[in-house]
Design a protein around this ligand. Structure first.
Ligand code: ADP
Ligand code: MG
Ligand code: MG
Length: 315
């Protein structure tokens, strides 16, 4: 037997304190490949980065880095609202300087990730696809490709909301995130309530009453499909049963196509069944959590992802 080709290390970009990073590091090391955590939560407080004008002139904590074999991108923590960031005290003291500091951090980190992408390193997922992930574009691209998505309206136009909501059940949720999905009630269509759209736009969507499904796709393959049975409209705080199940082949094909349309190497997608029983795509996440699903549904998304990253690093 010939030993497998030596692999360059896999870089994990995120927080050392994020279990997704620490579990992946352990699983990849167990497969005999080195990992390096670029701790973006601890940057610039602790993590020291130095970039020169050469594309590969990159030093982390005083160590000159070689070119990674693959990069797993969990989070860059470039906004005070990002999950895991605690900037309350800094924002209270001086929000303007704090925002400027976050923007400076973001610019350097995006530049760093872009360098590895420019060097041809496989990215899970590439920064260059993230413009397609914004939901008002992502769902339109999926619809354009003939994939089933719910009828949706993103707007701050009260009249458009009234027209959209006439004669059917509607769900509403944030455009970007930060709040749960709720059913739109008659009281939400009052003048007063709709005036809130003057502060921020909102997503309105045909309400899908059926089961929630989560599908993970990695390198052109469905690696896990899970259904969540819940009474509540937003399953996240209200799961009742989480179980692995076999996806019908035509739905699996739609999931692969959706992943390809958005240019992702890996994703966790949310689907929900409409009243007629069709599974419609709510979204593809570019950095989905997976440990909770592995624990509850008995899937091995962690193992698949670790092997996928190792394989990419050996290629
Ligand atoms: P997020 O990015 O916040 O996860 P999602 O679109 O996945 O946004 O919505 C979160 C959850 O809310 C979904 O998984 C689903 O349970 C529920 N939900 C979202 N949209 C609808 C809808 N149109 N009808 C019914 N439930 C919905
Ligand atoms: Mg979701
Ligand atoms: Mg999401």
């Amino acid at each position: 037997m010939t030993p497998p080709a030596p692999a360059r290390p896999v870089f994990l970009v995120g927080s050392r304190d994020d279990e997704h990073i620490s579990h992946l590091a352990r699983s990849i090391e167990a497969l005999g490949v080195d990992t390096l955590v670029v701790d973006t939560l601890a940057f610039p407080g602790q993590t020291r980065l130095a970039l020169t004008e050469g594309l590969d002139g990159i030093t982390v904590n005083g160590q000159r880095l070689g070119i990674p074999g693959a990069v797993y991108l969990r989070s860059v923590y470039t906004h005070p609202l990002a999950f895991g960031v605690d900037a309350d005290a800094d924002m209270d003291a001086d929000w303007r300087t704090t925002l400027v500091a976050f923007r400076e951090k973001a610019t350097l980190l995006r530049g760093l990730l872009g360098r590895w992408e420019a060097l041809g390193v496989p990215f899970y997922n590439p920064e260059s696809t993230s413009w397609r992930i914004q939901k008002p574009l992502q769902l339109a691209l999926l619809a354009q490709a003939g994939l089933p998505v719910p009828e949706t309206l993103w707007t701050n136009d009260a009249e458009a909301v009234r027209r959209f909501a006439a004669g059917r059940r509607v769900a509403y949720k944030p455009v970007g995130g930060g709040a749960a999905t709720r059913a739109l009630g008659p009281e939400d269509l009052s003048e007063e309530r709709l005036a809130a759209l003057g502060a921020a736009p909102v997503t309105f969507q045909a309400l899908l009453p059926g089961e929630d499904v989560r599908v993970y796709v990695l390198d052109g393959e469905v690696i896990a499909s899970i259904r969540i049975l819940s009474q509540a409209i937003d399953f996240r705080q209200n799961e009742e049963r989480v179980e692995s199940f076999a996806l019908p082949p035509e739905v699996a094909a739609q999931c692969l196509r959706a992943t390809q349309v958005l240019g992702l190497r890996w994703t966790g997608m949310d689907l929900k069944r409409d009243a007629e029983g069709t599974l419609r795509i709510l979204e593809l996440n570019e950095s989905p959590m997976f440990l909770g699903f592995d624990a509850r549904a008995g899937t091995d998304i962690l193992g698949h992802l670790a092997r996928g990253l190792v394989q990419a690093a050996r290629a």
